[in-house]
Design a protein around this ligand. Sequence first.
Ligand code: PBE
Length: 575
Amino acid sequence: MNIPKIPLGDWVDALVSWVTVALSGFFSLVTTAIESLLDIIVNVLSAGPPIILIIVLTLLVIYTSRLPLGIFTLISLLLIDNLGYWDSSIQTIAIVLLSGLLTIIVGIPVGIWCAQRKTVLRIVTPILDFMQTMPAFVYLIPSILFFGIGVVPGIIAGFIFAIAPTIRMTNLGIKEVPNDLIEAADAFGSSNSQKLFKVQLPIATPTIMAGVNQSIMLALSMVVTASLVGAPGLGADVYRAVSQIDVGRGFEAGLSIVFIAVILDRISQNLRNPAYENLLKKKFAFSILAVLVIVTAIVTGVTKETAKNKDGNSIGAQTNYHIIGIEPGAGIMAQANKAIKEYQLDDWQLAEGSSAAMAAELKKAYDHKKPIIITGWAPHWMFSTYDLKFLKDPNKSFGEVEGIHTIVRKGLKQDAPGAYTILDQFTWKPADMEKVMVDIKDRMDPVEAADAWIKANGDKVAQWTKGATAGNGEKINLVYVAWDTEIASTNVIAKVLEQHGYDVKLSQVEVGPMFAGVANGSVDGMVAAWLPSTHNKYYKQYKKDLVDLGTNLHGTKNGLVVPKYMDIDSIEDLK
Ligand code: PBE
């Protein structure tokens, strides 16, 4: 019997596209609200020089958790500053504080409600199970469509991921209040709200706080994941390090996350019973802190507002001075940063994320005719799907027209001469590649799209395989990065190799690991090296351990890309 596949994925797709349009007003409201709140928090945290915040945090930790931990805080924060991760850390702390705040605002009331009504608990529990076990990555996908690339989808995904413990523990804490206390309260004729605020909540506080503490830690663990969709901070530093296989920087950024985790953990654990409560009353201490925060918020808010009002309706103001980038390790990202320097676009920021997130963001802006600036490259399906243009680049920050090289490991020629010959003879034109890309973009499976192109281009494929000895089931392992260009080319060449008797395996990795993998011989090759300039950094680093088989395609171009409806022509217009 042949039962057709249930189109669950298609249904979810349809639902998400419907929600994206139907609730777009609501989403942009939430986005603005979260961004402004985050801005306030970041402004407060970075109001003075780092040392001020370091001292305040150290005092707070001493007050809540005693002197030794205070010393630890002082030293670790100074180290973070010294290593150059201060700004990232501020971003990360702000993200965690905001997600934490949101989980408290939503989580505690829901928890209380669960404790009061069995039906609510019965509905909420499976939802929480779902939220906690569904991989957080999955939330990121619709989050990008709803909230755009940047910090907001990260905060939302973090919030969903982190809220469960607060709800569960609040429910538990209230349920655990001894019955005789409730009866006593009833006997004295207290109302429900009196019972809640005077008896249940105070007794449940330790349990609730344990939940909040867990939520904060979970939110912190989301920062790396969130950086995949462009959330700034230490997570982005870690992601960048992975993408460029930079062990040292990865360790430094990771260590900074550990320090911040310890500090936030101890503060949130001991907030209720500060260690030096006897020296300084809790109410008094936290009032000072609150006043300090509010005053700084107002002062920084006012200064920022006056600065902002100056530039009205420029492209920068409309795009929030963001250029939408892709994977941090991509060559085009280094070029874009170079362009920002060379054209003195000091106000502008390059948002890191992924090619998929960039494409989603482009679609969203394009559908609403909103201004957007992305890092783009050709060949690419986006040029046949949308009306786009490259911004002129008189300084050549993005290099010139270049080619894509095929690179294999040393020794492949001896081990699999047929595969080597095919890889060596593989060459095609931008239009060929674009055909495959468009098919994939139109939801054809990459393997099928490759197959279709091969069927239609037998003559070209025959040139590649000419004189190549057929394989005998030998394994060939190719690596690639999930850029649309390389998904197309890698699938085509893989299919050709398979048809020629090889057993091909594809591994999707980040840029740095792609080069490193071929260089150390753990994989056989790739068809994805953009040279001479885009991947020059990686090429130089690994050159002596690679075999460069030359270009498989000529005529690629990188740059900043905007929709044609935008009224600018050159990167210089962004100034
Ligand atoms: N790209 C596509 C890559 C190379 C292939 C331009 C995004 C890069 O910038 O590294």
